[in-house]
Design a protein around this ligand. Structure first.
Ligand SMILES: CC(C)(COP(=O)(O)OP(=O)(O)OC[C@H]1O[C@@H](n2cnc3c(N)ncnc32)[C@H](O)[C@@H]1OP(=O)(O)O)[C@@H](O)C(=O)NCCC(=O)NCCS
Length: 152
């Protein structure tokens, strides 16, 4: 019903628009450039990464997931790289219809092909919907963190 496929260069404007809704603090152009880099290189930094998108019946994009390898993640076995969910979004009017789950399954399949044995992800402490959806899709909560910084 909502096909999920690998992202293509012609999707970049729509991906950047969805990224902007997910991470409003960065400008559209920065989102577009980051998404373009991942598509062009198949990497996020130095490690493999991939973007999957979901379309509606008019081929408009209604969601995306960005997944990449990380050398380690909290409570995951460090002997193998872990597949990490870097970004995951479904347009508001399309939520709770199974699209987020389809995107996650595409990401999981990609991670299996990278020979990962585990996947990891994170969510803001106040994003209880994301936490519930992660748990519904088989993730377990392994930690809750507060991050700090200080200028030197
Ligand atoms: C997280 C998000 C991508 C999920 O997408 P979605 O299309 O609504 O997810 P699905 O409909 O596929 O639901 C997947 C599972 O989560 C459950 N779920 C969905 N929305 C839920 C909610 N609001 N509360 C509790 N469970 C929920 C579904 O029942 C389903 O469980 P099931 O497989 O046992 O039936 C979407 O809510 C979103 O874009 N949120 C805003 C951005 C965001 O927070 N992204 C994650 C950042 S960490």
């Amino acid at each position: 019903m909502h096909p999920v496929r690998r992202a293509r260069p012609e999707d970049l404007d729509q991906i950047a628009a969805m990224r902007k809704l997910l991470w409003p603090d960065s400008p559209f152009a920065e989102h577009r450039a980051e998404a373009e880099e991942t598509l062009a290189t198949g990497r996020n930094g130095t490690l493999p990464a991939a973007t999957f998108v979901a379309e509606d019946e008019d081929c408009r994009l209604v969601g995306f997931i960005e997944v990449g390898l990380r050398s380690h993640a909290d409570k995951c076995n460090p002997v193998r790289p872990v597949g990490f969910v870097e970004g995951w979004f479904v347009a508001e009017e399309f939520r709770e219809k199974g699209i987020g789950g389809e995107l996650m399954r595409a990401a999981e399949e990609w991670c299996r092909k990278q020979r990962c044995l585990e996947m990891a992800s994170d969510a803001r402490i106040d994003n209880t919907v994301s936490q519930d959806v992660h748990e519904a899709l088989g993730f377990e909560i392994v930690d809750r963190c507060v991050h700090f910084r200080k200028s030197l």
